[in-house]
Design a protein around this ligand. Structure first.
Ligand SMILES: Cc1cc2nc3c(=O)[nH]c(=O)nc-3n(C[C@H](O)[C@H](O)[C@H](O)COP(=O)(O)OP(=O)(O)OC[C@H]3O[C@@H](n4cnc5c(N)ncnc54)[C@H](O)[C@@H]3O)c2cc1C
Length: 231
């Protein structure tokens, strides 16, 4: 029986499991999806996140997938300049969330239990019993890291105070044919990544040019869509 169950194998659940394992606990991550995510999802890591990943020895596995280092970014639409921060990483690291999650998952002692959507949670004085993927799991604690629409939160009747988002953001993994007018390339295509790069519709986000870049190369078409758009 693990000490802790973690519902959700996204970055939050995986890093929580990683930290708890570092502390010597037995942890099992229960993830709804049968396979790891292949879509990019989030594309930018803030400097503090990069510091934490570096401190935990996780950055090396992520580095080969880095596509841009941007001196500026935003938090919830508020522009932020990172370039003067007292950190070895004064930039937003442009890397797909899927690679960050994979790097953390690869370092877990106990493999993630996939195809295991949490559907029932029962608490008692000694711990918690969780039904996931049709099986029952028992542990002392359950961490809910199953995303913004958390099933666990709903099952426990937890509140979600706050206000709805006031702007919309769309991220798509797609292949752009050629070099469409009006789509600035803010990251440089990384030769090792065979032509994938960041593209933002001109005037869309205000993100600026990369601090560091490698010489671009159109390269061959990746096996799955790896060019990005955001507006
Ligand atoms: C369009 C967009 C762009 C973004 N860009 C950035 C960015 O550039 N930088 C940044 O830092 N953040 C960005 N974010 C936010 C970032 O993606 C989230 O903060 C991050 O995914 C949260 O991670 P998480 O692990 O908490 O949740 P999630 O990534 O949502 O992971 C939750 C996991 O729980 C699993 N799950 C769900 N229900 C169950 C269940 N019942 N049982 C078991 N497992 C379950 C899901 O399959 C999933 O794997 C962006 C978000 C969006 C939508």
């Amino acid at each position: 029986m693990p000490d802790v169950l973690v519902a959700g194998g996204g970055p939050t659940g995986l890093l929580t499991a990683f930290e708890l394992e570092r502390a010597g606990l037995d942890v099992l991550v229960l993830e709804r999806d049968a396979r790891p995510a292949t879509q990019s999802k989030a594309l930018g890591l803030q400097p503090r996140s990069v510091e934490v990943l570096a401190d935990r020895g996780l950055l090396a596995a992520i580095e080969p997938h880095v596509e841009a280092r941007l001196p500026g970014g935003h938090f919830s639409g508020i522009p932020i300049d990172y370039s003067d921060l007292p950190t070895p990483f004064p930039y937003q690291l442009g890397v797909e969330q899927a690679y960050v999650a994979a790097a953390i998952e690869a370092r877990l002692r106990t493999p993630v239990q996939r195809d295991a959507a949490v559907t029932v949670v029962e608490q008692d004085a000694e711990g918690v019993t969780v039904t996931a993927g049709g099986r029952d799991y028992r542990a002392g604690w359950l961490v809910a890291a199953d995303g913004g629409h958390s099933t666990v939160r709903t099952l426990l009747g937890g509140a979600f105070p706050g206000t709805p988002a006031r702007f919309s953001l769309v991220v798509a993994d797609l292949v752009l044919a050629g070099n469409p007018a009006g789509w600035a390339k803010t990251g440089t295509c990384h030769p090792a990544d065979r032509g994938s790069c960041y593209r933002f519709r001109a005037g869309g986000t205000g993100w600026s040019s990369p601090v560091k870049s490698s010489s671009g190369s159109a390269g061959t078409r990746p096996s799955r869509p790896r060019n990005y758009s955001g507006g």
